[in-house]
Design a protein. Sequence first.
Lengths: 266, 293
Amino acid sequence: MEVRNSKRWAARGLNRWFIAAAALCGAAVIRTALHPLLGEIMPATAFLIGAVLVEYYCGLAPACCVMLAGLCLADYLFVPPYGRIDVIDASDIRLMVSYPLITLVVITLVERLRRAQYRAELLAAVAQSRYEMLLRHDNERLLARRATEEMHRMLHHIAQYKRSLVLIKALDPATSVSPGSFMAAEATASPASVIDNAAFRASIAFGAKHSQVHQEDLARVCDRLSPGHHRMRLLSGGRDDWRPVECICDRFTTPSGEFLVLRTED
Amino acid sequence: MNSPSISSAKGGDHAVLLLHGLSSSPLELRFLARFLVDEGFATHTPVLPGYSAGTDHQPMEQWIRAAVAEFDGLAARYRHVSVCGLSMGATLAAAVASERPAARALLLLSITLDYDGWAIPWYRFLLDYVYYTPMRSRYRYREHEPYGLRNEALRSKIARSMQKNQVSEVGPASIAMPALHEAGRLASRVRKTLKGIGTDCLIIHAIDDETASPHNARFVASAVGASFLRTIWLDDSYHMITSDNEREVVARECALFLCESAASTVTTDHPTPVVSRALARRLRQLASVAGKS
């Protein structure tokens, strides 16, 4: 895949030109220091190394400038006759052919590698972004699946214990579906059941057993209900014949809200 | 052509201020605005004097002032207000976030601090100097192919639209020299203030952005002071990521980030739980990398 910005791998700005100028000066100073030792041998090697380093760190344009300026400096300072540019002989020709040729080949190779490296970095960044997006969507999918399973569990629970249900309470009525809708759904599944319109709109829906529960206990659980076991008084046989019965309250967190389902223990 | 501001108040308690690109119109953020409204956010895409197409020249300080005034207007009505910008609008959004640290989230789409993408001519830097010549009132920088679009069908449609009108749905046909100069000043100012921006930040940038190279997004990611920072790279779009091939991805990730940012506030009781083990591993990995650096 082509990435056209890969040729813009080097950072922009003036800094790279300052670095290039410093590299050029450094190369000139080093070659001057070595001049008593080297004489007219390898007059442009320091500039070649400088240009390649500038290419690696600062990009093509500064490297080419360093190469051209280095060529002029090398010819002027380190090719005999020293300090003169008007005399062109075989050593000048050798320098002008060999130095730009070698430098350009190396610079071109480094440039190609740097572009390929930058392109690979950008594509890796895209791949990483996509992987993270995939993980986030996977998380959303798992959350949705968990919520759906919880809803199925609650509906199954209501259907299983429909004869022993006391009530279903929405924990946050403002954001939840009315609990009456679950009772209505259950009622439509059994022909004998009746849908209570008033309960359908309230935050509490009463089940089949609620009429047998003592009014005080019913008022208590309507007001304060928490998951776990509760002991309630249920009508048994004749009038005012109350017996304590263990009830269980389960909590369900569904996409339609959080609900507490209270039923008598079988 | 002067498009009116576009507002939608369908959302709940979270509003998003959408800032379009330089000398452009709210049209270029239409798709994103619609998506955010569908996701339950209120959006407002204002026309800013001096900045938007069809308005008179104003210094960039006036652009910031106008954008901050729009932000304050939303902040008076909504619990959370986030700022989102495209191109130079992203730079302006960063300036707004710098002025208003109460912003919930900052969404920077194709942020442009430097015009250094592959389609920008090499002599672009000379235009900075043209401003100081008599040419500044005559010269206009003309948009040309690919108009920030990788999608060729949309590009040809936009090319026809650009020939007829001054502004298309992906930006203006040309930009005046003073506006470019002010944009440069705005970018310089934002570069200096990025460190002080602590707002949750989402950066979305195309690797082949022809106007602003990835260096822009990398610079912002390394310099911004936000503790919740996410960078998303796209590979099938150019500069106009809200209209190009990956506009759905951009809109979805923006909405998701806004939700996560709002959920991360201490006042919210139900932050999005992490149930995916792979995501949990990845988050731990990122946290350990951030801890070491």
